[in-house]
Ligand binder design. Structure first.
Ligand SMILES: [Zn+2]
Length: 445
């Protein structure tokens, strides 16, 4: 499948699309009602271009379709409740948790998706894999662990362990591959080096499979991981609602392949919501072609990606996206006519070791929007001029927009356990309080 010519792939996708549309219409009350309300029937979709006749599906619609009783799923469900053999849910940090059910068939499909990814990093029977994951209701690495077993790896479930205990396993069991979030894999490295004085490159870890955060595709984070572990980094992409849809191959083209046999992706212009030009920053809309329990039809995952139109040297024909997930559509800002994703700023800031935290502040001066990057630095005064110059040119390259830069001392911004709000848009009401809050806390430091 991975090397089918693109035209053949489109044929496969169309066949599978017709099948899943019929399935959803006939079995999911949510989709039947949605299709009927919009006057669309599955048979109206005769080509991939017809897909646009179907309205997008939003996460909030799925949430609204969930009933009061937690034990039930929602009207999205297209199988009987008794067929569900696994329960997972999204973290619900931005509101109610989304309840996710898997039939036996869907879970096997989920593992097949993971199989593409793990096979692409050449994992096999000579590998001992430690999965650094708490094994809770977040679907996260459950699939990765099961798929590694199917590829005949020896799997070590690393749940319920301290970082120290995991390090012990890594050394004593000569672990060859790790799965985990990039920030956690960096934390493991830092503890091993600082507290135990270990030289990680002398251990056996040669592959890091990253996921759950964008770091695996951010060049600076990758470099730190590669250097610390002496290992090859593979990014892995997906979303709990739609499936694990992307993986990095060992040719490392600078991005992630889409499993096009299982996922039909649409790339939309974030402003007009019309099909984007190749290579343009795009909003991702996903149709999962083999997900039968809670069908995913034109799901607006709100991730921003940039599809590449170049072939990958590995020979796979599955298209790939450059640099992984580039941000969230909800965070996208338009400044002086230029669209930019705050995550791009984060990528640049993270590549400077002297910068420890930052905020992006958007304001309006007269008719013009201004963007200020306030960054905490641990550099001594006097040497900041060169830093500002380097930062300016790195930002100009990445986002094509001029930012005001202000450096401030460590401890200026409060440290929060929950997700920190780093983007402050003063053009919106109420956001000034955030700045006020930040400066108040900084004075108490
Ligand atoms: Zn490739």
């Amino acid at each position: 499948m991975e090397t089918l010519p693109q035209e053949k792939l489109r044929e496969v996708q169309l066949l599978k699309l017709k099948r899943i549309l019929n399935w959803a219409y006939n079995n999911s009350p949510f989709y039947r009602e949605k299709f009927d309300r919009n006057g669309v029937r599955p048979e109206d979709i005769q080509g991939l271009d017809d897909l646009k006749k179907i309205p997008l599906t939003e996460k909030k619609e799925w949430l609204a379709a969930q009933g009061e009783r937690l034990v039930e799923f929602s009207s999205v469900l297209a199988v009987s409740e008794s067929e569900i053999v696994r329960y997972h849910q999204t973290s619900g940090t931005t509101g109610t948790a989304m309840r996710l059910g898997f039939s036996h068939r869907d879970w096997n499909w989920w593992l097949e998706c993971w199989g593409y990814g793990l096979a692409a990093c050449n994992l096999g029977s000579s590998d001992r894999v430690l999965v650094c994951f708490p094994f809770n209701l977040f679907v996260g690495w459950w699939g990765g662990q099961d798929a590694a077993r199917l590829l005949r790896c020896r799997v070590y479930p690393g749940g319920g362990m301290s970082t120290r205990e995991r390090l012990q396993i890594i050394r004593d069991h000569e672990i060859t591959a790790l799965m985990g979030s990039p920030s956690y894999l960096l934390q493991l490295a830092s503890q091993a080096e600082k507290e135990l004085g270990w030289e990680l490159r002398d251990l056996h870890v040669r592959k890091l499979i990253c996921g759950a955060e964008p770091g695996g595709s951010i060049p600076s984070t990758r470099k730190r991981l590669e250097t610390a572990w002496g290992a090859e980094v593979f990014d892995h992409l997906g979303a709990s609602e739609v499936g694990p849809w992307g993986y990095e191959c060992s040719a490392h083209p600078g991005g992630v392949h889409i499993i096009e046999g299982f996922f039909l992706m649409e790339f939309l212009d974030p402003e007009t919501m019309q099909p984007a030009q190749p290579g343009q920053l795009s909003r991702l809309v996903v149709t999962s072609l083999e997900k039968y329990t809670q069908p995913v039809i034109r799901f607006d995952v709100k991730d921003l990606i940039r599809p590449s139109n170049r072939a990958c040297p590995c020979g796979r024909t599955f298209r790939w996206v450059e640099g992984g997930i580039l941000g969230r559509a909800d965070d996208l800002l338009k400044i002086r006519g230029v669209l930019f994703s705050p995550q791009a700023v984060e990528d640049v800031v993270c590549s400077f070791e002297q910068l420890t935290d930052y905020r992006i502040i958007v304001s309006r001066r007269g008719p013009l929007d201004e963007v200020t990057l306030k960054a905490e630095t641990n550099t001594q005064e006097g040497s900041t001029e060169g830093l500002i110059r380097d930062l300016e040119s790195a930002l100009r390259l990445k986002i094509n927009l001029r930012l005001q830069i202000e450096l401030c001392p460590p401890g200026t911004f409060p440290k929060q356990e929950i997700k920190t709000k780093r983007l402050i848009d003063l053009r919106k009401e109420g956001e000034a309080d955030v700045v006020e809050e930040n400066s108040r806390t900084s004075r108490s430091h």
